[in-house]
Ligand binder design. Structure first.
Ligand code: CA
Length: 445
């Protein structure tokens, strides 16, 4: 219990003391050179002092992290009083999870970028050692689209594209030969796995019995594709662009094609931190929202590519990051080139309105999709889970305080009916009807 009392002491002794202790026990290098300065006065917009100006956030080097990084690099956190934010690159989703579990006082992080429904798994204790529950709050969505499903070159010419109905026999053949199509994702049950599963299921291919799905660390996915030991993987930009550019494989589908303006990744924090620091939380939301507006502007995309390419962030050549930020993807295998900024990653506005606002209906879909595949029991009360974890109320307050136009603030917590590329509809008011309508699923409903 030493850690708990230490945490209590840190909260009691204020921001300056916290900053000093954090520097001493940091497990990761700071994400920015600015991050170690702690000014004496913290002022949020409207003259409202934030309770603390320090926080440690984790990210994975894919475009979904861009708003968290840009808020730091462009001074948007500081603008709202969060003058001592550390944005820290995480080696993997598992490392990100572990760092949230130990929290900033243990040298970890208070939150950051998440696939969905990771914040729910943490809250329920399903992905932590000894099932320790780490209650989380989802605060905003960082981006939509910008993900895809890559397939190895050896499957060219077999109709392994968006609509898999014409590739079903080929998948059966592979299975019959004892070499079932093997696809990887980077963290079980979340976006990347769910996109692969949705894509396969829509084509009448059962992801649990017709193929092999495996979890592979991000760096290894590409190596495995190159050596031909893996047939496909689901990934975020810039990988969908690199796959074809570097002749590692081809793109079977972009997530923008599977579900236009789909929910993607989120900004979430430990609820104990948010409950103690509601003003600081809103200051962070404001900083990230302003960064999202900046990232979304086409005229800023070249600079965004340049910033993200830096050694302390993605450490990649700018020329690899710039095309997908313009929605330019060569799909390969004879498919039409995609060249439309609206098909790439979007950060503030998409075809359905707000990207940033965390719709409860989207989190309901992620939980429902987990039920579909037997990852969560059908008996769970998704509504009460979403009501507990989703803090769209804080988003709304932050949006109003920073003067976001009414037109950019959704009226409802539900975005309404969602339609997928195969014509399937998800009505958030009736998830059971969606589950019943699906032909391929694990759950019996
Ligand atoms: Ca993603």
């Amino acid at each position: 219990m030493k850690r708990v009392s230490r945490r209590r002491f840190l909260y009691a002794s204020g921001a300056a003391a916290t900053a000093i202790v954090l520097k001493g026990c940091a497990g990761n290098p700071p994400g920015s050179g600015q991050s170690t300065t702690a000014p004496a006065v913290n002022v949020a917009s409207g003259g409202d002092a934030v309770e603390i100006n320090t926080v440690r956030l984790g990210y994975i080097p894919i475009f979904e992290a861009a708003p968290l990084i840009i808020a730091q690099e462009k001074g948007f956190y500081a603008k709202y009083g969060m003058t001592n934010v550390e944005v820290l690159k995480q080696a993997s989703w598992g490392a990100l999870r572990d760092n949230v579990v130990i929290g900033a006082v243990g040298g970890g992080i208070e939150g950051g970028q998440f696939q969905m429904p990771m914040p729910y798994y943490l809250s329920e204790g399903t992905i932590t050692a000894s099932n320790q529950k780490i209650p989380m709050y989802v605060l905003l969505q960082t981006s939509t689209q910008g993900n895809g499903i890559a397939v190895a070159n050896k499957h060219k010419g077999k109709n392994v594209h968006l609509d898999l109905t014409n590739a079903k026999t080929y998948f059966e053949q592979l299975k019959g030969q004892g070499t079932p199509f093997t696809a990887a994702h980077t963290f079980g049950g979340c976006n990347q796995e769910l996109w692969i599963r949705y894509w396969l299921g829509a084509g009448g291919i059962n992801p649990d019995t017709d193929v092999k799905l495996i979890v592979v660390p991000p760096a290894q996915t590409v190596a495995n594709m190159k050596t031909g030991t893996m047939d496909g993987f689901s990934t975020g930009d810039p990988w969908p662009y690199r796959i074809v550019a570097e002749d590692i494989g081809f793109m079977a589908a972009l997530t923008a094609q599977i579900w236009p303006a789909h929910p993607e990744e989120y900004f979430a924090l430990r609820s104990d931190w948010v409950d103690k620091h509601p003003k600081a939380t809103k200051a962070l939301i404001k900083g990230v929202m302003e960064a999202q507006q900046w990232c979304d502007k086409p005229e800023n995309r070249a600079e965004l590519a340049k910033i993200l390419s830096g050694r302390k962030f993605f450490s990649l050549d700018e020329s690899i990051l710039a095309p997908p930020l313009k929605g330019a993807y060569k799909m390969g295998d004879g498919q039409k080139v995609v060249d439309d900024i609206k098909e790439g990653p979007l950060f503030w506005k998409d075809g359905r309105g707000s990207v940033s606002y965390p719709y409860k209906s989207h989190e309901t879909w992620f939980l429902t999709e987990n039920i579909r595949w037997g990852m969560l029991p059908p008996t769970i009360d998704t509504k009460s889970m979403v009501d507990r974890v989703n803090r769209e109320d804080l988003w709304r307050e932050a949006a109003k305080e920073m003067g976001i136009a009414d037109a950019d603030i959704p009226k409802e917590t539900s975005r309404g009916i969602e339609t997928f590329f195969d014509g399937v509809k998800f009505d958030p008011a009736d998830p059971m009807a969606y589950l019943k309508s699906l032909k391929v699923k694990k759950v019996s409903v």
